[in-house]
Each structure stands twice: as C-alpha cells, then as structure tokens.
Design a protein around this ligand. Structure first.
Ligand code: FE2
Length: 333
C-alpha cells in the first residue's frame, strides 16, 4: 500500500502562514493620460493568450454594443488602459495559482461607467489570459447575485440567490471535469458580510494526515459520486495525487454534492467514509484554516479550483436593489 505523504510547501497554507503579498496583486492607479492615444504594446505572452478569448467564445455571446472583442495592441486606449495593467498582472496571477497559494486577488480594477455586460466581458477577457474559458451560455450568464437583479436572474434557476453562508467547496460545472480556474469579479459588495472564504486543500490533507488515523485519510482517496444521471456522471476521489505532477495534490470537495450523488447512485456512504467527511468538515470549521477576504468593488478573485476551496460568509444587502451584492463568475481551464 502506498505511503501517504504530506504535501507541505507553499500550497499547504493556513491563515497565519500567508502574507498579503502572497496573494494580493495591486493594479497601479489609472494614469491621467488614460484617455490619451493608443500605446504600443510589447507583444507580451499575456496578450498572445488573449486569442483564447476569441476562440472559446466563438458562437457564444454576441458582441453587444458593437464593442470589439479584439484587445490586442491596437485596441489600447481610453479606459482600456486598465486592460493593459490587467494584462501585465496576468503572469503574476498565473504564478500564484500554479506555484503559490493557489489563489490571487487583483485589486483596483476600474468599474466606473461599466454596466453589467461590460463587467462580464472584462472578467471573461481576463479569464482568457489565464486559460481557455468555459463556454458562455446566456446574456446574464456569469452574474452571481442574491436576487438583487431579479429580472435577470429569474431565468436562471441554478443561480445562487440567497444570502446564507456557503461552506468551502469546489465548483462543479456542466462539463465532466471541474474547471481549473474560478474567477469572481466583485461588481458590488454586500452592505455587510459576504466575505470570500478560502481554504487550502493541501493544508486540510496534511492536518488529517498528522492528526487522524491514516485509514481515515485513505477513505478520501477512494472515488465517490459527485453527481449522477444522464450525461452527468461525476466520479472522483476527494484527494488525488496527479501522476504527472510529483508532490502535487488535487482536492475535490463538496459534501452536499457527494451525499446527493451517492444517494442518486443508490450507494449509501459507508460509516467509514462518513467519518472521513466529518473529519474533513471539522478541519474546515477551524477558523485558523480559513482566510476571509472581504472583496471590494473592482477586486477580482482567481482561484485554482482543484487546490483551494472557496465559500462565503452570510451577508446583508443594501436597500438599493442596484447596489445589491453582485459578482461576475468565470471558469477557465
Ligand atoms: Fe462556488
């Protein structure tokens, strides 16, 4: 039987071991000449990857308002100056996702004057710099609200729209594989609460290895159903050591989906497996394991969805409906 080893390193962080610089990427203030003439670009890798935006979006969302989808060198002027700053920040975000704590927050994106569609487009454009976007399937897709924009969300029954806390989890998607990258651009924060919560899957793994019987942790290396049904089989272990990345760990956790998936498959979870899930949840409940980030307007949280679990605290919305908590969500691989 293979020995279980700790992950350690930068991926296995807790609240105390992280410094803000490990995850926060501040954009420079918009320059006074932001409305000046187009600037020359240096053909950086970040801009080369903007091709991914156009390819993955083909056949999807129309180009509302006649805006260009091409954000290459010739498109850089006016408020697109902050697109340049974002493009320059992309490499730092990518490095934090792949080699650092597995998440990053880009702070200081100018959203003044942008409507919801602009915010969605901006978020998807930046997601395209980090990977290949998951398909886009509706004019209001990508907006995550709590009912504030009821007219837009009513057509999307799957959209989250309550104000309760969400425990740390991995995002699942209509495709079989969970997306590698989750992005949440904060358009409006809540009046109070609604902080993003982040937990290192590697740190949970290593705590269980250090504090619990090995047999319990081994349970979580066994696959379970995260979803079941026509075209929706999702059968994964909670922890997996990818063979092509020595030392790395993937975590896929969503207790609600596991319990429902097993039930729908007609396979009750064993007592040993339930004990392992309880132990996992007990670690998640330790506030020392959880980083809480109150996202500000213009903050863009990017998370490696196979390494870091995300959730949010309960929140209260302000009175004005158009100021209710609102995020743009993107998924990319
Ligand atoms: Fe989520």
């Amino acid at each position: 039987m293979t020995e279980l080893l700790p992950v350690g390193g930068r991926a296995a962080w807790d609240r105390e071991s992280l410094r803000e610089d490990d995850w926060l990427v501040r954009l420079p203030p918009v320059r006074p000449d932001a409305d000046g003439p187009p600037r020359a670009y240096d053909g950086s890798r970040a801009y080369d990857r903007s091709d991914a935006y156009d390819r993955s979006d083909a056949g999807g969302r129309s180009d509302a308002g006649g805006r260009s989808r091409a954000y290459g060198p010739s498109g850089a002027c006016g408020r697109d100056a902050d697109r340049q700053a974002l493009a320059e920040a992309a490499a730092g975000v990518d490095r934090r996702l792949r080699e650092g704590p597995g998440f990053a927050v880009v702070r200081g994106i100018g959203l003044e004057g942008r409507d919801d569609d602009d915010c969605v487009e901006l978020a998807r454009w930046f997601g395209g710099l980090l990977g290949t976007l998951r398909p886009y399937d509706g004019p209001a897709d990508g907006l995550v609200t709590a009912g504030a924009r009821a007219g837009r969300t009513a057509a999307s029954p799957g959209r989250e729209r309550d104000d309760r806390a969400l425990p740390p989890h991995m995002d699942r998607s209509p495709q079989r594989e969970p997306p590698r990258v989750l992005g949440l651009l904060c358009v409006h924060p809540a009046a109070s609460g609604g902080e993003s919560t982040l937990v290192s899957g590697a740190a949970v793994h290593d705590r269980l290895l250090a504090e619990r019987p090995t047999a319990l942790l081994r349970q979580l290396y066994r696959p379970v159903h995260f979803g079941r049904g026509a075209d929706f089989d999702r059968y994964f272990p909670v922890f997996r050591r990818p063979t092509d990345e020595p030392g790395a760990l993937e975590v896929r956790y969503n207790r609600h989906h596991i319990e429902r998936g097993q039930r729908e498959a007609g396979i009750p979870l064993s007592a040993a497996y339930l004990a392992a899930l309880d132990a996992f949840d007990a670690v998640l409940a330790d506030p020392r394991m959880v980083l809480r980030v109150p996202l500000r307007r213009g903050d863009f949280l990017l998370v490696c969805n196979k390494a870091v679990l995300h959730g949010r605290t309960a929140f209260t919305d302000p009175a004005e409906p158009d100021k209710h908590r609102c995020l743009v969500r993107i998924w990319a691989d």
